[in-house]
Write a protein that binds this ligand. Structure first.
Ligand code: ADP
Ligand code: ASP
Ligand code: MG
Length: 396
């Protein structure tokens, strides 16, 4: 029996009724002849509620203790889903990330998966059980429980699919695939049928929430096909991300915005980056910061969502002579062949100017046209780029 890994996001397991629906969908997959491993997120808004609970006790909690707390959300879901599947008459067993052999770095609240040794999962599958795994968590080599950063259940699912040599990983969510922009902000965005790993990586790195960036890395490295589908929709409708799924010719495939970025740079223009910049970033868990240095200048982009203790982080940077800006958004058009002809940079810049959006910097390479804009202009800039670069084209 081929293995299929399915991941259900928070909105798909938000209530007991949702969990029972997911249980039926899992059982249908099993009845279709697959061995099934299910990865679950925390129910609904649970992770945010747990973070707020921590804040109500301590303004600056240790990241180790935060991980002990926020990983419990996924443990609730895994146990409840296992019970619901057992009630449908199928054998099921739930495992935490640690029991599943998910070994991570020691970087609390933003750990990366180093390797997966799914000994217990394999044994359970061999015994005919459906396996439910708590997403978003693992264990470090120091035997501490870690969390993987927001949206990390996607990574759990794809890393497990790689370790188990699964046929594919199915990411089941509230949206029926990857769109040419977030359909919540761009109503005429269109679903993309297939995407290559490179484009999906660019899109996830640029902030598209639909699939976690580290999950795409695992898929690409191991050639795992990822199917993004809607939990309550037909299984065959969705986006497939796979080798050879890329664009046949130069064009933009999707536009996305990355709000919630801290932009770092020198307080005094021309000042060099502080010697302990990277060490400071690491000390606050900002392992996913993108730092660049060019002669006479430097800068860094830090996603805010996995930084806990933001005030202390800001203070530490100010002491080092680093300027921290939080009023900018990076808006990115992702595609192929974008640095050269047919010259999409000109139309992109014109579209932004026509929409009244000023840019504070740009980043152009073959896979992306990215513009720094005022945060308040993020949604307008996204819609303007989508209309100019994708709106009139046939579906990708
Ligand atoms: P889950 O809780 O299931 O992991 P997420 O909220 O993390 O779901 O991701 C799904 C959401 O991603 C959608 O509801 C949608 O608003 C957002 N999104 C952002 N960019 C895109 C895109 N390009 N295509 C589809 N959805 C997107
Ligand atoms: N529950 C976690 C979050 O809200 C992980 C996930 O949903 O992927 O970010
Ligand atoms: Mg998600």
């Amino acid at each position: 029996m081929g293995v299929v890994v399915q991941k259900y996001g928070g909105s798909s397991v938000a209530t007991p009724d949702h969990l029972k629906r997911v249980a039926r969908r899992v059982v249908e997959t099993r009845q279709a002849g697959h061995a099934v491993v299910v990865v679950v997120s925390a129910m609904g808004d649970t992770t945010n509620q747990l973070l707020a609970l921590a804040q109500s006790v301590s303004p600056n909690p240790q990241r180790r203790e935060l991980d002990m707390l926020i990983t419990t959300g996924e443990r609730m879901s895994m146990a409840l889903l296992s019970m619901a599947i057992q009630d449908l008459g199928y054998p099921a067993v739930s495992f935490t990330g640690s029991q599943s052999g998910i070994i991570t770095t020691h970087n609390h609240s933003n750990a990366r998966i180093l390797r997966v040794t799914p000994v217990r999962i394999r044994a359970a599958l061999d015994a005919g059980q459906i396996v439910i795994v708590a997403g978003f968590q693992g264990v470090s080599e120091q035997l501490e429980i870690t969390s993987l950063g927001r949206g990390g259940s996607d990574t759990t699912a794809v890393a497990l699919a790689a370790a188990l040599e699964a046929d594919y990983a199915e990411i089941c969510s509230d949206v029926d695939g990857v769109y040419s922009a977030d359909p919540r902000g761009v109503p005429d965005a269109r679903r993309i049928d297939t995407l290559g790993y490179d484009e999906m990586q660019q899109l996830a790195d640029a902030g598209a929430k639909v699939l976690n960036a580290e999950a795409v890395e695992w898929a690409r490295r191991n050639g795992i096909e990822v199917r993004c589908v809607q939990t309550d929709g037909p299984r065959e409708v969705g986006t497939r991300i796979k080798a050879g799924g890329g664009l046949p010719h130069a064009r933009v495939v999707a536009v996305t915005a990355h709000p919630g970025l801290l932009m770092l740079g020198p307080d005094v223009p021309g000042a060099p980056a502080p010697a302990d910049l990277e060490a400071t970033l690491a000390a606050y868990g900002a392992a996913d910061a993108e730092v660049w240095r060019v002669p006479g200048s430097w800068g860094a982009r830090v996603p805010k969502q996995n930084l806990h203790g933001l005030a202390a982080f800001r203070e530490a940077l100010t002491r080092l002579g680093v300027r921290v800006r939080e009023d900018l958004t990076l808006v990115t058009a992702v595609g192929r062949g974008l640095a050269g002809p047919p010259g999409l940079l000109g139309p992109a810049r014109e579209a932004l100017a026509e929409a009244g959006v000023a840019t504070h910097g740009q980043l152009v390479d073959s896979g992306r046209l990215a513009f720094l804009v005022d945060a308040a202009h993020g949604p307008t800039a996204t819609r303007a780029l989508h209309a100019a670069l994708i709106g009139g084209l046939d579906a990708p």
